[in-house]
Design a protein around this ligand. Sequence first.
Ligand SMILES: C[S@@+](CC[C@H](N)C(=O)[O-])C[C@H]1O[C@@H](n2cnc3c(N)ncnc32)[C@H](O)[C@@H]1O
Length: 244
Amino acid sequence: MQRPRLYYDLAYLWPILDPPEDFIEEAGFWKAVLSKKLGAGIHPILELGVGAGHLLSHLASEFEATAVDISPQMISLSRKLNPQVEHIVGDMRSVRVGRRYKAVLIHDAVSYLLSETDISKTLETAAAHLCNGGLLIMCPDWYRETFHGIYETDRISMKDGTSIFLEQRVSDEDPQDTLIETSFKLTFGENGHQQTIEDIHVTGLFSLETWLTLMDKMNFDAEALPYPVYDDNEPGYLLVGSLR
Ligand SMILES: C[S@@+](CC[C@H](N)C(=O)[O-])C[C@H]1O[C@@H](n2cnc3c(N)ncnc32)[C@H](O)[C@@H]1O
């Protein structure tokens, strides 16, 4: 399976495609859950799959954060945006930072877990980094219940002389497996030179019940909170677990 170019050689396009300001509403939701469950204080938190650190940029001043991502290019974008945060290159299925946190956050990066084994390994990572009663928050892009076979959208983004036309198509080639495929067709240009590339991202698709059952097996009291933050009013759920 090919690595997504948007997280490696084309990572510099990510802040133009999905800029930090687009995460304000989502971050407000995460902050509300964190403060309700953890109470007041500057708590230590760990984000796995931090990407370019766009969600984290709205949380970093209120927590003491550590961030992990598998891509050195994404880590370097997040480090630039969140200089006060400790950054580590690592795989969420196996990384061990060597300390414990009040909360582990995995935003949309959790969508890149392709099998129940991947999910269980990542839950084990989360549990290994949490204090007793610690909080895990995760946000897959899609669930079996919310994905209807095909999803298409497009948009134009522009910044500092670079414009990108994105055509995004999510499809489920084989409804019997746990995988869906997102095609990012990007037409972008700098200084009048245009090119079009297609970047394919394979992600996982699981039911809410599968997520909640695997969390329970890994000793989390788990719930799915309605997450009404998507532009097109698509339903979403935030998975929240407390380590028993
Ligand atoms: C959509 S981006 C995350 C964007 C992020 N939510 C933000 O606010 O900027 C998904 C990220 O997941 C990371 N990722 C995918 N699989 C991973 C894994 N097994 N371990 C750690 N990071 C992973 C990718 O490298 C990518 O940076």
